[in-house]
Design a protein. Sequence first.
Length: 287
Amino acid sequence: MRLLEVIQRGASYLEARGVESPRRQVEWILAHVLGVPRLQLYLQFERDLSAAETDAVRAAVTRRGQRVPLQHVLGTTVFCGLELEVSADALIPRPETELLAEQAWTWLASAGRTRVLDWGTGTGCLAIAIAHRVPGAEVVAVDVSPAALGLARRNAARHGSGSEAVGGVRWVESDGCTALDPGETFDLVVSNPPYIPTAECDSLEPEVRDHDPRLALDGGVDGLGFYRRLARELSARLRPGGRVMLEYGEGQSAAVSDEFARAGWVECMIVRDYSGRERFLVAQRSP
């Protein structure tokens, strides 16, 4: 079967099953199976696929039609230019979270700071990106899920950020900061905590509802449970002049800011994402 015909048939199949951008999805699958950049496909429309290639594409397109996320179908995603393994053990990194990583490493470099806590690391995307961009950074990444930490460690090994000591990432199985030494402090805390209200979790798109872990989605009754906890607990973990940088959901800007203001934080600044939506909170430790 010719490559163009595979694209057309696959796109029709995915469109009928409610998958967004169906043609582009098939192209990414083809590029993965054939081991070529996606744009090179446009130079190979007349190429005949082997039986093995056709079968591999068909199997992948079928999984995508079952609303398995494309990243799970391919097994990886790219975050801040780094290829990371993904699985059902952790939230798939979102493109907007790259801006949180960029905010973090930019501030660390400008402030000459090195000690970072990644609270709820998941795939390890933030910890690894920061360690990759800030030579000498001491990053501690915590997660309550041992399966997520295993995934994060594998991702760190891909990019040389797997050290358990200074200059790499130290991975800690912990419910928040509970397993850390009581006196351990940081210059910066970054986190993308769960923020979906419990009642809304079951109405999410199938790719999210059925394949991202509920533990990484459910933010409690109003979606703010983890922000209240972070506002209470993080002040004692920050060094003087330290910062916390958090991602939150659409429409939660005022509520998240209020939680931190009530807890005595100062200089609560809102940062917009690439689409102009209010997406991140940057707060300074109270004196």
